[in-house]
Write a protein that binds this ligand. Structure first.
Ligand code: NAD
Length: 520
């Protein structure tokens, strides 16, 4: 493949990170506080999905380099866990400030490597920033519990202690938000961390790590290793790693869940989705159609909480025509153009897969109301663009319904009643998110009670909770039992210890009792 020099690149000057050594496109690892080039001769090109320009190259980190990242994290742990929690919080205060100041740089890097629009890229950073803000209150979040006098002169208290070295494995679709779901909570709890960014867009993780160090994170507390399956397997197998946080597809997520838990680690694994929006005929037409278009096509449908399936109940099916009109009006272009609504999908392979799934829908009898597959974007003919696409009359046994499409494709189904619509959603294997659009409180309450999904929206299309709650995907969308961020996130990254202490003047000559102690 052609390699463009940074000077020739339209975007890289402003996005150029300071860790870049000279003119090298290779992204370094971060080990023990230093950005070091991998010795590996193999690397993967990171391509701008709108232009196919090579933005950078990701090394396939060697076993030895991986091991030295884990050793650096292990070495940093004893003094980091003993650093006062207020000092750890203060680093997060500083980090949130630095992220705000570097918002444009981060967003431009995300748009260049991932393709989403600049405004959407800022949202990606902002939703991660909120987790950093949340971690600023860790002293309160990590508080234990105390019961005095559980028996005469005896008190019991619990403390939440860090685990040690933890690791995070990230997907391509939120290059800033997802690393920020992971390491700020982990390190503020007192753990040290090894992060494996997506090999498709590692730049935002690198900028964030640099900012974290500038904020005062000591050497070795956050390390970064690049690569794909081999380095992920090394994380799963490593005896010094105590917990693994994963976000990505089901294939990788179930493999990692099985392999890492088989070697004794705790694992939280957020995976794929098929999020449904149920539309009742009493919903506000305008607001609902806007929500469907935004949540179906935003980020070119590459969000795990994208609303990819619409279930029209009764007469609301007649809104399909208006939905098509609104979707047609969206502008597809490179993400750096301020008027763009949706940018390209991540890769040529992703585009081919999306187009194949759309065709499989057509072949099995779905009606193609809007076809964006042949779109051409002037000036960016090489880009992986797909225009908004709408398939109607889809039924549950079609492949386009069973598979997560992960592209700008809305699938429309129909139901005669709310009951029937809820049944459709509940039969789907995924359980990430579901939304209902209605003006009926009774319907909303029934939906909230009966729907089997982790994140429920009522007139809210993408109900991703803020970090004081947890991200609570369920069924095939999640494996593990402690979710990301919120209270569960703190529990995931800490081990509870329960102390029972006795302080009283002990009577002499009381004798020995071998019966189980009770406090009657
Ligand atoms: P992916 O599974 O292909 O990659 C995720 C990570 O796993 C990458 O770092 C990759 O290197 C690694 N990986 C991939 N295959 C592997 C294998 N066989 N063995 C070991 N490691 C492997 O996912 P992606 O395409 O980057 O991301 C899109 C997916 O992520 C979608 O399914 C989306 O729904 C999901 N996602 C879920 C959430 C959520 O919170 N539920 C959030 C974002 C994305």
């Amino acid at each position: 493949p052609r390699i463009y020099s940074l000077a020739n690149s339209q975007f890289s000057t402003a996005a150029e990170p300071s860790w870049r050594h000279g003119n090298s496109l290779r992204v370094p690892n971060l080990i023990g506080g230093s950005f070091v080039d991998s010795q590996s001769s193999e690397s993967i090109d990171v391509l701008n999905p709108a232009t196919q320009e090579i933005v950078s190259q990701v090394p396939l980190t060697t076993k030895e380099e991986f091991k030295s990242a884990v050793s650096a994290a292990k070495q940093a742990f004893p003094s980091w866990r003993n650093t006062p929690i207020t000092a750890r919080q203060r680093i997060m205060f500083k980090l949130q400030d630095l992220i705000r100041k570097n918002m444009d740089k981060l967003a431009l890097n995300i748009t260049t490597e991932q393709g989403k629009t600049l405004k959407d890229a800022q949202g990606d950073v902002f939703r991660g920033l909120e987790v950093v803000e949340h971690a600023c209150g860790m002293a309160t979040l990590q508080m234990g519990e105390y019961v005095s006098n559980v028996s005469s002169g005896i008190d019991t208290y619990s403390i939440r202690e860090p685990l040690g070295v933890c690791a995070g494995i990230c997907p391509f679709n939120f290059p800033a938000m997802i690393p920020l779901w992971m390491f700020p909570v982990a390190v503020t709890c007192g753990n040290t961390f090894v992060l494996k960014p997506s090999e498709k867009d590692p730049g935002a993780s690198m900028i964030l790590a640099e900012l974290a160090m500038e904020a005062g994170l000591p050497n070795g507390v956050l390390n970064i290793v690049h690569g794909t399956n081999d380095v992920v397997n090394a994380i799963c197998d490593d005896d010094d790693i105590r917990a693994v946080s994963f976000v990505g597809s089901n294939t990788a997520g179930m493999h990692i869940y099985g392999r890492a838990s088989a070697s004794g680690k705790r694992v939280q694994s957020n995976m794929g989705a098929k999020n449904h929006g149920i539309i009742l005929p009493d919903a506000n037409v305008d607001a609902t159609l806007n929500a469907l278009v935004a949540a179906g096509f935003g980020a070119a449908g590459q969000r795990c909480m994208a609303l990819s399936t619409v279930v029209f109940v009764g007469d609301s099916k007649s809104w399909e025509e208006k939905l098509v009109e609104r979707a047609k009006a969206l502008k597809v272009n490179i993400g750096t153009d301020p008027d763009t609504d949706l940018g390209p999908v991540i890769s040529k392979q992703a585009k081919e897969r999306v187009c194949r799934l759309v065709q499989s829908g057509v072949d099995s009898g779905a009606k193609l109301l809007l076809d964006g597959r042949a779109i051409k974007v002037p000036g960016y003919e090489q880009g992986n663009f797909i225009g908004p696409t709408i398939l109607a009359d889809v039924i549950a046994d079609m492949e386009c319904y069973k598979e997560e499409i992960f592209g700008p494709v809305l699938i429309c189904m129909k139901a005669d009643s709310l009951e029937e619509a809820i049944n459709i959603v509940n039969k789907n294997k995924y359980g990430n998110g579901a939304a209902l659009f209605t003006t009926s409180g009774v319907a909303a309450r029934k939906f909230q009670t009966e729907i089997e999904a982790g994140q429920v929206g009522i007139n809210v299309p993408i109900p991703v909770p803020l970090p004081f709650f947890s991200f609570t995907g369920s069924k095939a969308s999640f494996a593990g039992d402690l979710n990301f961020y919120g209270k569960a996130g703190v529990q995931f990254f800490t081990q509870i210890k329960t102390v029972t202490q006795q302080w009283k003047d002990l009577p002499s000559g009381a004798g020995v009792s071998l019966a189980m102690p009770t406090s009657q």
